[in-house]
Design a protein around this ligand. Structure first.
Ligand code: MLT
Length: 406
């Protein structure tokens, strides 16, 4: 007899971005003439840069030779990449993270979804509201979220930390004590970013409560302000309470080739002294065969001098879009935030429209796709997210179209 995981039946509708894609394709079918500008999902549009393409070609050639062919990758990642990451992302920022505390993977989405597997089913999770939906949905799948309340649109067993205009779109320490705290900074979706002193408060809190912080730093390359930390390990005490997740998608444009990594310090243990590092290594080894050699070589190229210069170019290209959107929408009278340390702009919907009403309005009136804030959680209602990942031309056109609405 087939018996399914009943938790999956609790999931609400389809995944946010699949839902949007469905709506947009229905609209395009009905209006084939529409010139749609997509600023919804945070997917990059610039091609991979020359040093990355060269690394991919060279590694592909290695695969064609009997002498240099590679089979399975080491499940935790090739040491050439783990060492390069440790040196550039951590040592260079004064963080005490060793190469063997870095687990290479095929991306931050999978890691942020899978990491909850190593925690007990009754662990209490705390999430920002609005939140990247993967954190909540994967905990629903794991049976950790309780019952969904249609009125409040909240799960009974989840601790929500509202990030609203009143809190500067930052989470505040929760009243109930969580076991697992998800923090994404720079933030998806609001584009806000935590200052170092604020993040230090969370690290101190987590150590005091013996909780773990899952710190999603997928957007760290977009940080432009000095007092915003690039890694949680810049904070004192983070080695005993934090897991960090990183991505090559948003900085180097790897959304289509997939590469990311998770850091679990060896000092991170549960109350009985069990090592989370060892558990994740066991899990990774059992369920994962390693990111492809070709892509790990591409990842290494991101840290070459030429690679770094190219990545700076990509980031500033997208941040010019962010500025275009921020300035343009402000000029048009919108209340906007984000876009300074992140490629996301968070705006208040006009005329008290709900997030989905504004989604339909923009799609129908000016053929622009964005992401409804309420798709990220109840505190996102009345907000809307635009990404800076479009082309300059499309971003400029989108801003002009939105201005024309006013
Ligand atoms: C987003 O639009 O929020 C991101 O593209 C989602 C992701 O990176 O998985």
């Amino acid at each position: 007899m087939i018996k399914i995981n009943q938790n999956y039946l609790k999931l609400r509708g389809s995944y946010l971005f699949s839902n949007i894609a469905k709506k947009v394709s229905a609209f395009t079918e009905a209006h084939p003439e529409a010139n749609i500008i997509r600023l919804g999902i945070g997917d990059v549009t610039r091609p991979l840069t020359p040093s990355i393409i060269k690394a991919i070609h060279d590694a592909t050639d290695e695969m064609a030779s009997e002498q240099t062919f590679k089979g399975y990758a080491p499940d935790l990642g090739y040491s050439f990449l783990r060492e390069t990451i440790a040196k550039n992302d951590y040592e260079a920022r004064g963080c005490d993270i060793a190469a063997d505390e870095i687990f290479v993977s095929d991306g931050a989405k999978c890691d942020s979804g899978n990491i909850q597997e190593i925690f007990s089913e009754d662990s209490k999770i705390a999430v920002c509201d609005p939140v990247y939906p993967v954190y909540v949905d994967t905990n629903v799948m794991a049976g950790r979220t309780g019952v969904f309340d249609e009125k409040t649109e909240q799960w009974s067993d989840v601790i929500y930390m509202p990030c609203t205009e009143a809190t500067g779109f930052a989470p505040e320490l929760p009243e109930k004590t969580p076991d697992i705290i998800y923090i994404c900074s720079p933030n998806n979706p609001t584009g806000s970013a935590m200052k170092k002193a604020d993040l230090q408060k969370w690290v101190d809190y987590a150590n005091e409560k013996k909780a773990v912080i899952i710190f999603d730093a997928a957007y760290e390359a977009y940080i432009s302000e000095d007092d915003v930390p690039h890694s949680i390990y810049e904070c004192k005490g983070a080695r005993t309470c934090a897991i960090e997740i990183r991505s090559f998608s948003k900085n180097a444009g790897f959304t289509g080739v997939r590469l990311g990594f998770t850091v679990i310090p060896k000092d991170l243990k549960d109350a009985d002294g069990n090592s989370l590092h060892a558990l994740w290594a066991r899990r990774h080894g059992t369920k994962y065969n390693g990111a492809p050699y070709i892509i790990q070589k591409a990842g290494e190229a991101v840290y070459s001098e030429q690679g770094k210069a190219e990545i700076r170019g990509l980031v500033s290209y997208y941040m010019e879009n962010a500025k275009m959107i921020l300035d343009g929408l402000k000029e048009a009278g919108f209340s906007v935030s984000g876009g300074v340390n992140a490629p996301y702009i968070w705006l208040k919907t006009p005329d008290n429209m709900t997030s989905w009403e504004f989604f339909d309005y923009l799609l129908e009136k000016v053929n622009i796709v964005g992401t409804p804030g309420s798709g990220f959680g109840p505190s996102g209602e009345g907000y809307f997210r635009l990404t800076a990942f479009g082309s300059h031309e499309n971003t400029k056109a989108a801003v002009e179209r939105i201005k024309g609405l006013k």
